[in-house]
Design a protein around this ligand. Structure first.
Ligand SMILES: [Zn+2]
Length: 184
């Protein structure tokens, strides 16, 4: 089975080796089998979100959105790896796959950055009316609880003529937002 964002949950369900302990070496014994990062809508966002009952893992949330899935060549153990860039020395962090969770390929989070002059056009086009009252938008802090079917804006920020904010939405929508961002 070739792993995709859409079938990764099925891949985990069928995967024969689930909760085992692995003492093999990450650098030599593991190989990358899948990359979660979807560059089709721009850069990563570091916003973290989850479902209210913790039953779901959103691959579009930090840190999964920038992670890779690796497999131990000796025992089959699966782990997500991501590199934490903060500080002077990037640190590689491993997260075991939790086979009791439901992995979702949508929504993802995207950092949007546009010129102030384009804001009303943006609101009109994509219906994010909460941008009309940015003071009510939740700050970029802590883990956000989301409903998978709702679009969200977090962390509104103005600097000079540039406005930035994070949008949690399905990847098709994020690709359209990215096209808008790039247009003049
Ligand atoms: Zn192993």
């Amino acid at each position: 089975m070739i792993i995709t964002l859409e079938n990764i949950n099925a891949f985990f369900q069928e995967y024969p080796v689930k909760n085992i302990k692995c003492d093999h070496k990450i650098l030599t014994d593991y190989e990358k089998i899948f990359g979660v990062f979807d560059g089709s809508f721009g850069y990563l966002s570091y916003l973290e979100f989850k479902s209210n009952d913790n039953s779901t893992i959103f691959l579009g949330s930090y840190p999964f959105n920038g992670s890779d899935l690796w497999k131990c060549k000796k025992c089959g153990k699966l782990k997500f790896f991501y590199t934490e860039a903060g500080g002077h020395f990037p640190k590689m962090i491993a997260i075991d796959v939790d086979f009791d969770k439901n992995y979702k390929s949508d929504p993802f989070v995207k950092l949007v950055s546009i010129n102030k002059d384009k804001l009303s056009n943006f609101i009109e086009k994509f219906n994010f009316n909460e941008l009309k009252n940015p003071e009510n938008i939740q700050k970029f802090d802590g883990v956000k609880i989301i409903d998978k079917d709702i679009e969200y804006i977090f962390g509104y920020h103005e600097y000079g003529n540039t406005i930035t904010f994070n949008i949690v939405a399905d990847r098709d929508t994020l690709r359209k937002l990215f096209e808008f961002e790039k247009s003049d």
